[in-house]
Design a protein around this ligand. Structure first.
Ligand code: MG
Length: 251
């Protein structure tokens, strides 16, 4: 009988101690609050298309030469006038002097108001991420082409979710969020590049994975090679496409 009482007493004490411990283990809201280090303060642009205070302005509509060269590292051959820069056919690409890994990029582009050509021949240019992954620039306002090559596509890899093109002659925006690939020792992707694109504020690429560098002919993954940071390149496809207000935020 006595043993029984002692056992019951011990169980009672154990339960009481556990209950007390439980009470002390109970989460309170403050336990999951993180205060430090404080998030950096920046000043956003007046409009969402304006560069915020932590952006690098790559082209302000006037000065191209401070941030851009042609493919040979010389003065770009494109024409700067009226607050924008326009492809000068045959002068080749232009590329940033700086190189980038992960970033948020804002680009404004305009296909010619005079409509010439069709399919891939109308207002074709492109924004190449790290110099080798193309976000297609094309006038697809009432202009069909293969869908994985239309405006807002990751060329020959991912068609855009919708066609958000404005009319030729209208300024359009791309906001591109890019995560560079990480590589295995053998040069294959450990994680592939991923890209999100908003075209005129509309989501057209939702964190898609690239198979490899952009290829006009052939299979992208065959061209995967280990690489470091790369330039932003704008394509000369022979059509007088214009660009303005280009800025980037490194992530
Ligand atoms: Mg192109």
């Amino acid at each position: 009988m006595r043993t029984k009482i002692v056992t019951i007493l011990l169980i009672f004490i154990a339960v009481a101690v556990m209950a007390q411990e439980d009470e002390s283990m109970k989460m309170i809201p403050e336990m999951t609050e993180i205060w430090d280090p404080e998030v950096s303060k920046i000043t956003p642009g007046k409009a969402t298309t304006d560069a915020p205070s932590d952006a690098i302005v790559l082209f302000d509509g006037v000065n191209l030469e401070s941030e851009w060269t042609n493919d040979n590292g010389e003065k770009p051959g494109w024409i700067v006038a009226d607050g924008c820069v326009t492809v000068s056919k045959g002068t080749g690409i232009i590329k940033t002097k700086r190189v980038f890994e992960d970033f948020q990029l804002h680009v404004e582009w305009r296909s010619p108001s005079e409509v010439i050509g069709e399919s891939q021949g109308r207002g074709n240019s492109g924004v190449f991420l790290q110099g080798i992954y193309e976000v297609q620039v094309l006038d697809n306002y009432n202009n069909r082409t293969y869908k994985n090559g239309q405006a807002g596509s990751l060329y020959k890899q991912h068609p855009p979710l919708v066609n958000a093109c404005k009319a030729p002659g209208d300024w359009q925006t791309y906001d591109i969020i890019y995560t560079a690939p990480r590589f295995n020792d053998d040069g294959t992707f450990f994680t592939p590049p991923t890209v999100t694109v908003l075209h005129n504020g509309v989501l057209v690429q939702n964190n898609v994975k690239l198979r490899g560098p952009t290829e006009y002919v052939g299979i992208p993954e065959y061209a995967v090679k280990k690489h470091g940071p790369g330039s932003i390149i704008l394509q000369d496809h022979g059509n007088p496409v214009s660009y303005r207000n280009i800025w980037i935020r490194e992530l």
